[in-house]
Design a protein around this ligand. Structure first.
Ligand code: CLF
Ligand code: SF4
Length: 492
C-alpha cells in the first residue's frame, strides 16, 4: 500500500472567518480559523484533512493500482486477506470501469461520501494508466466528489501537472525519512529508470523525488498531507525533522502513523521482530512533530479498498458480486442535501461550543481526559455496549482536543455482556476520568464507577465538544464543593 497522507505553503489569512469556519482541523479549540477561504473550502468536507469533518463525511478507496516501484520493509502486497485491516490490503482489485460502477453504487447508498481516493494496493503513480483513467471517469460522472491520491512520491514530479489539470486537490505523500541513512533501513530498494537501486542510493533518490514532488504540488495550490510510519528504533528520533522539512515545503498536515507489524503479515519487519510503537511512544512523537505541519490524530489506517466514515468499513456491502452490471445513476442531489444539513448543524454546534467554552474559562490549572462513544455526526450517540472504538479527548479551559481513538471489542452482543470485552474496555479507559455515552447498562456502569471512571449519560445525543466541556464544568464544580465540605469538616 501507499499510506494515504499532506502539502505546500498554504496561504494563511487573518480575515474574519464565517461562523462555521472555526478551527476545524484541531477541533475543539474554539479559535477562529487562520486558513484562507480557499483552503477552508478544500478541507471542510474532507474526512482526513479536517478532524471535524470526519464525523460527517465518508471516503472510499478504489483498488485499481496493484504494482509498486519501491519496497518498504512494512509491506507485503502478496498477502491479501479480507480479515486484515491495514493499509495495502484489499479484497479485490478493480479495473477503472469496475471502479466507476462501485463509486456510483456507494454514492447512491452513502450520501456522506465526499472523497474518492486511490491508495493502492500498490502505488497509484506506478500504475498511471488505470489511476488516471479511473479519476477521469469519476470526475466526469460525479464532479462534486473530491479526488484524492496517496503515493510514495517516487513518480510524483512527472505527474503533478496532470493531477492539477484533473482538478485533484488533495495528495498524500508517504515520507518516512529525509536522511538516506535512515531511509535505507526502511526502503531496501527503488526502481529508478528501469533498474533496481538498492540501499542508501535508492533512499536518496526516493527522498529527493518526494521533496521535489511536494514543492511542485505546493506551487500548484494542491493541498498535501504527509504520512510517516513511526518505526521504533529506526525513525522515531527523526520524524520531528521530517515534520519540519515537509512543513517548509508547504505540507498542510502531518500524519504520524504507528507501524503495524506481526510475523503473520509476512513483512520484513514482521518476520524480523520489529515491533510497532506503544500508544505513549506514538503520542510522544506526535507531540515532537507539533510546530511543523498540523498533526493528524484521527487516522484509522484504512485499507486500500475502505468505504464509509473513518472507523467504519462498509466495503463488504459493495463487492463486485453485489454490484449491478450497469452503472447506477449518480445521486448528487442526496449528497448536496447532506452537505446543506451538515452546514446547518455546524452553525448550531459553533454557537453551543462558544457558550460552553465561556463556562470553563475561569478553570485554570484543571485538565481531564475523557472518552466518548460515537457512531458519527459529531454526537455522543453510541451505546457503551455497542462501541467498537472510543474517541479520547483532553479538556481544559482552552477547549477539547482529540488525543486519538482506541479500538475495543464490542461488549454487548445479542443482549449479553462479555466479561473479557468489559475488561478490555476498562483497560482501554484506564487513563480516563469519564466516558460519555448514549446509554450504559447497570453492570458496566457499576464496574466503570468502581474503576474510578464516571459513566456519563446526561449528554446523550449532544455534540461532542460542548458535551465534554459541560461535563468538565460540572466536574470542577463538584470538586470545589467537595473541597469546601472537607474544609468545613476539618474546622478551624
Ligand atoms: Fe483516502 Fe488518504 Fe485520501 Fe483520506 S485515507 S487517500 S487522505 S481519502 Fe485518511 Fe485513511 Fe488515514 Fe489515509 S484515515 S489512512 S489519512
Ligand atoms: Fe507497499 Fe509500495 Fe506502499 Fe511501500 S509504497 S507500502 S512497498 S505499496
Amino acid at each position: 500500500m501507499t499510506t494515504p497522507l499532506v502539502r505546500p505553503s498554504l496561504p494563511v489569512t487573518n480575515a474574519a472567518p464565517p461562523l462555521a469556519a472555526n478551527c476545524k482541523f484541531g477541533g475543539g479549540c474554539g479559535e477562529p480559523s487562520r486558513l484562507s477561504p480557499e483552503v477552508l473550502a478544500k478541507v471542510a468536507n474532507h474526512p482526513c484533512y479536517s478532524e471535524e469533518a470526519h464525523h460527517h463525511f465518508a471516503r472510499m478507496h478504489v483498488a485499481v493500482a496493484p504494482a509498486c516501484n519501491i519496497q518498504c520493509h512494512y509491506c507485503n502486497r502478496k498477502y491479501d486477506c479480507a480479515a486484515e485491516s491495514r493499509p495495502g490490503v484489499v479484497s479485490e482489485r478493480l479495473t477503472p470501469g469496475q471502479a466507476l460502477r462501485k463509486v456510483l453504487a456507494v454514492a447512491a447508498e452513502v450520501p456522506e461520501l465526499s472523497v474518492v481516493g486511490i491508495a493502492g494496493p500498490g502505488d497509484p503513480l506506478a500504475n498511471p494508466g488505470p489511476t488516471f483513467e479511473t479519476m477521469e471517469l469519476v470526475r466526469r460522472a460525479a464532479p462534486d466528489l473530491r479526488l484524492c491520491l496517496s503515493t510514495n512520491g517516487l513518480a510524483l514530479p512527472e505527474h503533478v501537472e496532470r493531477l492539477s489539470a484533473l482538478g485533484v486537490d488533495h495528495v498524500t505523500v508517504t515520507v518516512n525519512m529525509v536522511d538516506p541513512e535512515v531511509g535505507e533501513r526502511i526502503h531496501p530498494w527503488v526502481i529508478w529508470k528501469g533498474r533496481k537501486v538498492r540501499g542508501k542510493e535508492g533512499a536518496r533518490i526516493l527522498s529527493e523525488r518526494q521533496l521535489e514532488g511536494l514543492a511542485e504540488l505546493a506551487g500548484r495550490g494542491i493541498l498535501c498531507k504527509v504520512n510517516s510510519v513511526l518505526i521504533p528504533g529506526v525513525n522515531d528520533g527523526h520524524l520531528a525533522e521530517v515534520g519540519r522539512a515537509v512543513r517548509g515545503l508547504g505540507a498542510f498536515v502531518h500524519n504520524v502513523m504507528p507501524l503495524i507489524s506481526a510475523p503473520e503479515h509476512g513483512t520484513h519487519y514482521g518476520l524480523t521482530g520489529r515491533r510497532g510503537p506503544t500508544e505513549a511512544e506514538l503520542a510522544a512523537v506526535q507531540r515532537a512533530c507539533e510546530g511543523g505541519a498540523n498533526v493528524m490524530r484521527h487516522c484509522r489506517q484504512c485499507r486500500a479498498d475502505a468505504v464509509g466514515l473513518l472507523g467504519q468499513d462498509r466495503n463488504a456491502e459493495f463487492t463486485l458480486a453485489r454490484l449491478s452490471a450497469a452503472a447506477v445513476p449518480d445521486a448528487a442531489g442526496a449528497r448536496a442535501a447532506h452537505r446543506r444539513g451538515v452546514e446547518k448543524k455546524r452553525q448550531l454546534v459553533d454557537a453551543a461550543h462558544r457558550e460552553a467554552l465561556a463556562r470553563v474559562e475561569t478553570l485554570e490549572h484543571l485538565t481531564a481526559r475523557v472518552a466518548v462513544a460515537t457512531k458519527g455526526e459529531g454526537l455522543v450517540n453510541q451505546h457503551f455496549g455497542h462501541a467498537r472504538e472510543l474517541l479520547v479527548y483532553d479538556v481544559d479551559r482552552r477547549g477539547v482536543r482529540l488525543v486519538g481513538h482506541r479500538k475495543v471489542d464490542q461488549y454487548c452482543s445479542g443482549g449479553e455482556g462479555g466479561d473479557d470485552e468489559l475488561e478490555g474496555m476498562l483497560a482501554a479507559l484506564s487513563d480516563c476520568r469519564a466516558v460519555l455515552v448514549a446509554k450504559v447498562g447497570r453492570c458496566p456502569r457499576e464496574r466503570l464507577a468502581s474503576a474510578g471512571i464516571e459513566p456519563v449519560v446526561e449528554h446523550a445525543f449532544e455534540p461532542i465538544e460542548p458535551a465534554v466541556l459541560a461535563w468538565f464544568a460540572r466536574d470542577a464544580g463538584r470538586e470545589r464543593e467537595a473541597t469546601a465540605a472537607h474544609a468545613l469538616c476539618a474546622g478551624p
